[in-house]
Each structure stands twice: as structure tokens, then as C-alpha cells.
Design a protein around this ligand. Structure first.
Ligand code: HEC
Length: 154
């Protein structure tokens, strides 16, 4: 008898908490929008991976990283309408030329094309009052858990 009362009290007390937790967990079907800074952080990682993939002449990986960077920038532009369209479109030229270099597996032109992409990142940061976020060519390879050398195709 005592136990049933105790369980009853517990249920009554925790019921409102459960209700709050559930409503907070997406009572509405709104998908959560990633923060712009988080989209950019992902772009930063891929920017770095792209560099090391290109240096290792792993063109499949480089193409993939470049595709993901473009997707991140597209997401930023669609989700954050405050970003001026011209800031996004100015990225398309460096992305296209880097994409051509990667497709041509042209190591000789890779560093310059990558540099142009990087300048594009910085141009937008400067024009949006984020001139303190300065991207540059990566130096040390920090990814000890990923292989950048091209793998033999099965
Ligand atoms: C169209 C404009 C635009 C372009 C292009 C752009 N960024 Fe950004 N980036 C921003 C804005 C705006 C912020 C500030 C976001 C914030 O603070 O919420 C930002 C912030 C960042 C940050 C800081 C995030 C943090 O958590 O500290 C990094 C890193 C970054 N960008 C990397 C890049 C890289 C790498 C590229 C190029 C591949 C790039 N961005 C291209 C607009 C842009």
C-alpha cells in the first residue's frame, strides 16, 4: 500500500516534467537549423582536409571535400538570408577553377587554386564584419585518424 502511494506521488510529480521535456524535444515538427558558426566550422575542417587530400594527390577525396564545402556554403546562403547573395556567388569562380584542377589531377595548379578559394573565404569574412576570422593554407596535418593517401582501387 505504501509503495503504491509512493509511486502515485512520483508519477504526479514527474508528469509535468515529462510533458515539458517532450514539448521541448520537438512537439512541433520544425527541423533544427544549424548555427552559421557550426556550418562554417564544418567548412573549415573540409577546407583543411581538401588541402591534405590535394597534397597527397588523392583526387577522389579532394573532389569529395570540395563538394562538401560547396554544400556547406549553399546551406549557409539558404538558411541565413542575411548573407548577401553576391558574397556567395563570388565563391563560385574559385570553386569552379579548383574543381577543374582536381578533375584534371593537376598538382602543379592545386596550391594556387586552393589559395584563391581561401581568399574567397576571407573576402566574405571581411565584408561581413568578420575580418577577424582569417583562413590560410594549412601547415600541419592534424588528422591522425584519417588516411589521406589514395587507396588502391579494388
Ligand atoms: C558568404 C560569406 C562567407 C563565406 C563565403 C565564408 N564564410 Fe566563414 N563565416 C561567415 C560568417 C558570417 C561567419 C560568422 C558566423 C558567426 O559568427 O555566427 C563566418 C565564420 C567562419 C568561421 C568561424 C567559426 C567559429 O566557430 O569560430 C570559420 C572557421 C569560417 N567562417 C570558415 C570559412 C571557410 C573555411 C570558408 C571558405 C571555404 C568560409 N568560411 C567562407 C561568412 C562566410
Amino acid at each position: 500500500m505504501k509503495l503504491r502511494i509512493l509511486i502515485g506521488i512520483l508519477l504526479v510529480c514527474t508528469w509535468p516534467l515529462l510533458a515539458i521535456a517532450q514539448s521541448g524535444r520537438g512537439g512541433s515538427a520544425e527541423p533544427s537549423v544549424p548555427r552559421l558558426g557550426d556550418i562554417m566550422n564544418a567548412a573549415q575542417l573540409r577546407h583543411m582536409k581538401l588541402w591534405f587530400a590535394g597534397k597527397a594527390r588523392n583526387w577522389d577525396l579532394a573532389a569529395n571535400e570540395l563538394r562538401l564545402i560547396s554544400a556547406s556554403l549553399e546551406d549557409a546562403a539558404t538558411l541565413y538570408t542575411g548573407i548577401p547573395v553576391t558574397n556567395v556567388t563570388t565563391m563560385s569562380a574559385p570553386i569552379q577553377s579548383l574543381s577543374a584542377v582536381v578533375e584534371a589531377k593537376d598538382s602543379g595548379r592545386f596550391a594556387r587554386a586552393f589559395g584563391e578559394l581561401t581568399s574567397g573565404c576571407n573576402t566574405c569574412h571581411q565584408s561581413m564584419g568578420r575580418g577577424f576570422v582569417v583562413m590560410r593554407l594549412p601547415t600541419e596535418q592534424p588528422f591522425s585518424n584519417q588516411v589521406f593517401q589514395p587507396q588502391a582501387k579494388p
